[in-house]
Design a protein around this ligand. Structure first.
Ligand code: FPP
Length: 265
């Protein structure tokens, strides 16, 4: 948090938003559905790929901001299993951009103590992407700051299928399977549940993302298209998150109940 304030110019919009944040109520894990790259390009009469290219600048800024805010984990939905249905050239461009990002950001990730991980059916990615990913994951494995987790060739349903297969293969009796068993077999087993899920571009959908993990996650939908999404928008989403009352299925005691509780003591 302090690192972000130090990096911002006092009096700017970002600085004002950052000073309004309550540092004791920050999310541990933020997940993001980066949406609207195609529309961003369309509005400018550019090919869709131009939107993805600009989207990489947003990735850079949001990763840096989360690192400065001391967020524990950031999961970005970068390529879904459904994205294979896009034209071949767009799919190729997405992987090219990902490789470029990994290559060009490695030193910044290391300087900022960021650890890169990935979730999804990674073995279904093009071999060149797998190699680059493995290289960056290896070189950042010991970093203790932000965990940047890329969801690649990912879908929430496929993750559940993989978990069920792994549980079945482990031979555990059906009667012993509980929620914890499932949690332990998810790709995200070593991550806290996301506290905040941000979706850009105004769409009100989950799109097969972290279906199990978001049971109690706060959703914030930003109308901003992903290539325009900057630190300011992230801070706005965080302030919205801090205005929410999280009850995890319980209830906040009313004044009457609270005084009844006191009377019983
Ligand atoms: C959704 O926009 C975005 C994607 C499917 C890909 C996101 C990828 C990047 C931002 C670039 C590479 C990623 C990293 C981590 C470096 P859309 O194309 O569905 O937009 P639309 O709904 O407006 O068509």
């Amino acid at each position: 948090m302090n690192a972000l304030l130090r990096a911002l110019k006092p009096g700017t919009e970002e600085w004002i938003l950052a000073t309004a944040l309550n540092p004791t109520r920050m999310p541990r894990h933020i997940a993001v559905i980066m949406d609207g790259n195609g529309r961003w390009a369309g509005h400018r009469h550019l090919p869709r790929i131009a939107g993805h290219k600009s989207g990489v600048d947003s990735v850079r800024e949001i990763v840096e901001s989360c690192a400065r805010l001391n967020i524990e984990a950031l999961t970005l939905y970068a390529f879904s299993t459904e994205n294979w249905k896009r034209p071949g050239l767009e799919v190729e461009a997405l992987f090219r951009l990902l490789r470029l990002y990994l290559r060009s950001e490695l030193s910044t990730l290391r300087e900022n103590n960021v650890r890169l991980t990935a979730i999804g059916r990674i073995d279904g990615l093009p071999p060149s992407v797998q190699t680059e990913l493995a290289h960056v994951m290896d070189l950042t494995a010991a970093n203790t700051g932000l965990r940047l987790n890329l969801a690649l060739n990912y879908s929430g349903r496929a993750e559940l299928v993989d978990a069920v297969r792994a549980i079945a293969a482990s031979g555990v009796p059906a009667s012993e399977i509980n929620e914890e068993t499932i949690e332990r077999h998810l790709y995200t087993r070593d991550l806290p549940q996301p506290d905040l899920l941000i979706r850009t571009s105004g769409e009100m959908r989950i799109s097969n993302f972290l279906l199990w993990q978001i049971a109690y996650t706060e959703l914030v939908v930003s109308p901003t298209l992903w290539p325009d999404f900057r630190c300011r928008h992230l801070l706005e989403a965080l302030l919205e998150f801090q205005r929410r009352e999280r009850r995890f299925g319980g209830v906040e005691p009313t004044l009457d109940e609270a005084s009844a509780g006191l009377a019983l003591r």
